[in-house]
Write a protein that binds this ligand. Sequence first.
Ligand code: NAD
Length: 456
Amino acid sequence: MDIPKIVNQQKCFFNSNCTKEVTLRINTLKKLKNVIKENEKELYKAIYTDFKKSEFETYITEIALIYNELNDAIKNLKRWSKQKRVRTNLANFPAKSYIIPEPLGTILVISAWNYPYQIALIPVISAIAAGNTVVIKPSEIPNNTSRILAKIINTNFDANHFTVVEGSVETTTELLKQKWDKIFFTGSTSVGRIVYKAAAENLTPVTLELGGKSPTFIFKDCDIKLTAKRIVWAKFLNAGQTCIAPDYLLVEKEIEQQLLSSLKSEIEIAYPVNNTINENYVQIINDAHFDRLSNLIPKDKIYFGGEQNASERIIRPTLLQNISFEDPIMKDEIFGPLLPIISFENLDKVITKVKAKEKPLSLYIYSKNKKIIRKTLHEISFGGGAINESLVHLSNPNLPFGGVGTSGIGNYHSKAGFDTFTHYKSILHKSFLFEPNLKYTPFTKWKRQIVKFILE
Ligand code: NAD
């Protein structure tokens, strides 16, 4: 594959100015929606082959999110791309001022494997809505989903506008050598560093959607049963292979046993079969991740679960008790169906412990106490989150999605996504009608007085 040629052709296409036409952008997005609709069955089939994931779960966590993003962009694109008039200050009189949203140019989107369709396509929708050309490099790990994505995009769209390049590290390394106008990366913090370094060579701006350990606080005044039900859903969806899944629980000591017992009951209801293929429970993506997760389980701390089936790559939802911040499982993002539970009595101390770690991508609080919620939100920096829920903040298009610190740089979804791929060009537009002459020589005393009067 001739990567420099693909990039060069996209640059020529962008320079022809046709992607600046709002109608072309809207038509491309409408076509993308149709192409996905026509190929939905194949998309479900490929993801089942890679993950044993059901149509229903794929629909709610992938396809529906893509349709929502498309509908939102198609509906709002004309308004977002309009030039905006702003006030002009007295010092610049007589003039008008405006801001022109302009596309950045040619974009590289590199995506992760865990939600292979939406993580690749949602940034692409924003990039196209903003008038850019895009090369997508999906993760090679779920190879059936990567192949179907390449097939449906590359057979239906002009490669000069929008194309998929499949490949692994070598291909990505070659892509990163090119001069892009923006790189949008979703993946691990360690590869994020590689991408950031490569981008710096050309001073290319980046958005980095990374990972980390997302804490979940559970206070004694919460509705324990409903809290347990919501956490079990959020944690074990996609078998815990979700960047914003609750990574670990911080529970008030007083309700620890009650919560553990409710979590266990909810798991038994949601995932009644223990460690065999089951249409409601996803596989671990590959043997390397299976082994990594298997080795992470502290056998003496299992409260529930722990059963494994290596040939099917299934690990039963597992609850781990008596965990402290020093346990090995508290070092890195878990990214699997293991849920460590730490109990606490002193909120200030536990906040200090959380703050000593890297800034999380997400944080969740289960409580009815407004003061406690406000305190926790105020004191801990994190990407985004939810109160008395988990994950679902991602599905509200009015909430920009992204991390902070090592969990990410920049954000996207809906208008925030449009902004991510847009440069706002500021223009001051002067009239020829009148020239105040104040800024020109000679710098007389009266000119100084007037200038001081205007500027101070
Ligand atoms: P990864 O970093 O291993 O891979 C991401 C992409 O980078 C893939 O396309 C891969 O081919 C490429 N890549 C891998 N190694 C590379 C290298 N050495 N040089 C250049 N490119 C390379 O991540 P992953 O395993 O696919 O995904 C899991 C991680 O992604 C988790 O940390 C998770 O939290 C994070 N994630 C974040 C979000 C988010 O929205 N913030 C969403 C999904 C996943």
